[in-house]
Write a protein that binds this ligand. Sequence first.
Ligand SMILES: [Zn+2]
Length: 246
Amino acid sequence: MKASPEAQLRLLELADLDAELARLDHRRQTLPETAQLAQIDTRSSELRDGIVMADTELSDLDREQTRAERDVDQVRQRIDRDQSRLDGGQVSAARELSNLQSEVQSLNRRQSDLEEIVLDVMERREAVENRRAELAAEQSALAGENAELTTKRDTALKEIGEQAAKAETSRAEVAADIPADVLALYDKLRAQHGVGAAMLRRGQCQGCHLSLHTVDLNEIRAAAPDEVVRCEECRRILVRTDESGL
Ligand SMILES: [Zn+2]
């Protein structure tokens, strides 16, 4: 495989640009805002569920309160009726009188029990209302945080996108100067190892950082300048420069 020494140097530029593109991609994948937004999303859905649950409880308690208040009314009406019969002197038989009096007494107890229930429901209702208000407050605070983080994330993504577009343009220009077969080998190696071409620097491959054996160095030294050489250790394309120590 052959490529002019200039084209081989372009491979190093290509490797730098690919490294930058990989770095940008990694940054895009690991933006802290993305993780924070996901957390907010989870919490928001918990809050939504909590609010729905509180609303259900509130409407249940409303029904319970209405029922208890209606029961209180009914008992009260019965007491009033019995009381007016007693007061009106319509009941004269001793037995009937005593029955009516004990009924009024038991109705009074019943009324007070029912009033307790109403109070208890109202207290529970207040607790649920407080809980719902807390959830709603947290929800609205989170909505603000969410908007802020989304803006921050979008700004970061835009910036990364612009840098990546610039690097892609440069990459296309550089790639155009490299013979197609060499470029294909480079891309294949890059897919396998992450880095497709490395500089030979002071007898060391900058891809795997191993120093080449004298035999291999001698072979490289003997190779024509337009011969594409490979590292014996990592098989990456080795690019010779003034610093190669040959
Ligand atoms: Zn190597």
